[in-house]
Structure formats: C-alpha cells, structure tokens
Design a protein around this ligand. Structure first.
Ligand SMILES: Cc1ncc(COP(=O)(O)O)c(C=O)c1O
Length: 429
C-alpha cells in the first residue's frame, strides 16, 4: 500500500497559488486517479521515478517525451556539470552552440541550417513565420498539435482568448487523407502545410510523399512537426524513417534528455531569412547548459542499437496490449493506438460508462502496480523486458476489471480512487 501524504499536502498548497498545480496540462493531478497517484516527484533513476513520499514507480511517461536516455544519466550529468561550472546563459555564445548546430545539420536529413529556441511551440511558430515570410501568404494548414501559440491553438477546440482574425488564418486538414489536403490547398492561398508526420498508426504508404508533392504543387512550404517523433523513432526522426524530407522541421522534446531546448531547422534559403528581417530570437535560445545536455544525449542516441532497443521494447508493449484487449474481448472499448516506439491505449465509453470511467479503472490499476503512465507511453534506454512484464501484468488486471465494469455496467466495487478529469475532454461519451 502506498501513501501520498506529502504529495497531497503540497497539492493543497500549490492549488491555492498556481492553476492546476502543474505547469503542463497533462502532468496535472487531474489526469490520474486521485488517492492512488503521486503528484510530486523527488528524483528519477533510469526508467524509475521516486515521489516525495518515497514511493517508487516505473515511468512510462518519460516527462511526456523528453527523457529519451534515462533519468540521472551519468554522461549527461557530467556534461551539464562541466558547463554549470563555466556559465549557463552568457553575454556571448558558447562553443557548444557551434558543435550542436553542426551536429543537427549532420543528423537531420533536411537541416542545412538550424535556429535554437526553448519549447516545441517556439520552434513550430518560428517555422510557420519563416514560411509565411518566404511565400508572402498567410494561411496555414495544420494536422496535429503544435503548441500553445495563437496561430495553432486558435484552430483547435481550445481556442478561448484567440482573436477570430488569427483563428481564420489556420485550418485543420485530415491526416492520411490526400484529397482533403488538396481541397484545402485549392481553396486557400497557403503559406505552410504543417503536420505531425506520425499520427495514430503512422502514415499510409505514400502519404508523406503525397503531402510533399501537393504542398509544393500549390506553392506552399512543408513543415514537419517532429517535436514528438524527432529523436524517438530514429535519430533523424520520421523523415529518416520514411525517407521524406520537408522544407522545415521543428523539434524539441527528446533532444537533451529533459533539458529545455528546441529548434527549427531546414533549407538554408528559409533559415537565412532570420538575417533579413524575419524575427526569431529568444533570451535563452543559446542556453549552454541545455546545449551541453543535448550534445551528450545525442552521443548516446547515436550508439548502435539504441533505436533497435526502443523498437524491441515498444513492440513487446504494443503486441502485449493488443493480445490482452482480445483476451478480454474489449475491442469495442479499448484499442492500441500508435506505432511501437510510442503507442498506448485509447478508451471508448460503453453502456452507461463514459470513456473517462473506463480510463479511470485503467489509471487506478496500473498505479497500484507501481506504474506511471499517461495512456500513451514513451520509452527510454533503461526500459527492459522486466518493466514490460510488470506493465503487461498490470494491464491484464486493468483490462479484466474493465471487462467486469462493462458487464455490470457500473464502476461499483471497482473504482475506489478518483476519476480522471482532464481539463480538455473529448466531445464523446
Ligand atoms: C507534436 C507537438 N508539437 C508541439 C508541441 C509543443 O511543444 P511544447 O509544449 O514544448 O511547446 C507538442 C507538445 O506536446 C507536441 O506534441
């Protein structure tokens, strides 16, 4: 039995002074079954985290993507500490900036030049600005999530506070549907097509090539948002995996094992506009600590076998989840979604149970088995077959409880922790 006394005390304190008591929506206590979940982390080690009450969890969230190598990784720590003893942000650039820019241009297929910023949203926003400046057009077509900035969040359901004039300039297109993209390219003078190249179960054969051809046919710039796919599927991201190069790429999570850094990279003629009036500049863009961490991280990611390991562990999880869905006859309630490197469970409502009821049973059960996960998992170098076994055993139990809840059409006697309560809910039962 785990106790969360200190977590709960800290939560009460923080809720009085900081909305949601977490700076990233998906890390908020509301996304986990309360009473069985920790809220505050003390430290991490490899693929494990320890909360402030001393409980240990296997971490399949990896900070929502940044922890590609593992927590408290000696080589990254060493590089960071070496630079901490010199300077963090300075009045001039650090030598590390040159090294990192060269490294990015070496490993990312489309990168002829690169500009560093801090968050994924800074990078996607910079890419869109470069495309608009280059084409002299305003409209953006997007598919996926691209961060909190007005141009993208304004076109989502979470658009409160974004002026209509801005919202009208971005339109969504449907992933894996070239006709939909072409119709929207015909209807609008499009500056940029931006998409997460890997969504749901990945691109259909020829889809990314088709997107590139259409985008160029209609005179727009192609941007891959590889904030998630970058550094998780292959060193060169989705563009390496699927052999399709965009004009610009935005990436962030995963490039520095948790240190804050992101980048926009791509064709020289686009990036060079930054020298001629296109504004992309941040105070902390040259933060040398994150750059030291990134160089050390990439060195580990470059080691032979790194991505084979992620694919192997991911495949065991992916196939194991699918088997357990079938074993429990839950195909109408649960699905495994995503490619093995980064996938997880999706939930549907059934009878009088909402999808959040179903998700709550899952959340409660895997937490009780000592696992932190936010429906879709991220992996790092330290996840092994041992952690996969714990996860699949927990999943077995969670799915049989979901089966029971579906059969009795209620959560009675099953859910004793809190219900998960995301701020943004799907528009379905
Ligand atoms: C695909 C994608 N793009 C952009 C972002 C925004 O990144 P950040 O939260 O670092 O601004 C995210 C964040 O989850 C993302 O998943």
């Amino acid at each position: 039995m785990r106790f969360f006394k200190k977590s709960e005390e800290l939560l009460e304190r923080e809720l009085k002074v900081s909305p949601l008591a977490a700076q990233t929506y998906s890390k908020s206590y509301r996304y986990f079954s309360r009473g069985v979940a920790p809220c505050y982390m003390d430290h991490g080690e490899g693929c494990y985290i320890y909360d402030v009450d001393g409980n240990k969890f296997i971490d399949f969230m990896c900070a929502l993507g940044p922890i590609t190598v593992g927590y408290n990784e000696p080589a990254v720590n060493e590089a960071v500490i070496k630079q901490v003893n010199k300077f963090a942000s300075g009045s001039l650039q650090s030598e590390l900036e040159v090294e990192l820019a060269e490294k990015i241009c070496e490993i990312i297929p489309c990168a002829e030049m690169v500009r560093f910023v801090k968050n994924g949203g800074d990078a996607t926003t910079a890419a869109v600005r470069l495309a608009r400046a280059y084409t002299g057009r305003d409209v953006v077509l997007m598919s996926g999530y691209h961060g909190m900035h007005d141009w993208s969040i304004g076109a989502s359901e979470k658009h409160k506070g974004v002026p209509d004039a801005v919202r009208n300039l971005t339109k969504n297109f449907i992933y894996n549907d070239l006709d939909d993209l072409e119709n929207k390219l015909k209807e609008n003078e499009v500056a940029a097509v931006i998409l997460e190249p890997i969504q749901s179960n990945g691109p259909k054969e020829g889809y990314l090539e088709g997107v590139k051809d259409l985008t160029h046919k209609y005179g727009a710039i192609l941007i891959f948002d590889e904030v998630v796919s970058g550094f998780h599927y292959a060193l060169g991201g989705a563009q390496e995996m699927f052999q399709v190069s965009p004009d610009l790429i935005a990436f962030g999570k995963g490039m520095a094992n948790g240190y804050p850094i992101s980048a926009v990279a791509g064709k020289k003629e686009l990036l060079e506009q930054i020298e001629h009036g296109v504004f992309v500049s941040t105070t902390f863009g040259g933060d040398s600590i994150a750059m030291a961490a990134s160089l050390a991280t990439i060195k580990i990611l470059e080691q032979p076998g790194f991505y084979d390991h992620i694919a192997k562990i991911g495949t065991m999880l992916h196939d194991g989840i699918q088997e357990r869905i079938e074993k429990n006859d839950l195909n109408d309630v649960l699905a495994v979604s995503g490619m093995p490197h980064h996938c997880g469970v999706t939930f549907e409502g059934h009878g009088s149970l909402s999808y959040l009821d179903v998700q709550s049973v899952y959340s409660q059960t895997i937490l009780q088995h000592g696992i932190i996960q936010f429906a879709i998992y991220f992996l790092n170098l330290h996840h092994t077959e041992k952690e996969v076994k714990v996860y699949l055993d927990a999943t077995d139990e969670a799915f049989s409880l979901i089966r029971k809840a579906v059969d009795q059409d209620s959560l009675d006697g099953i859910l004793f922790g809190g219900k998960v309560d995301p701020v943004f809910k799907r528009n379905i039962k």
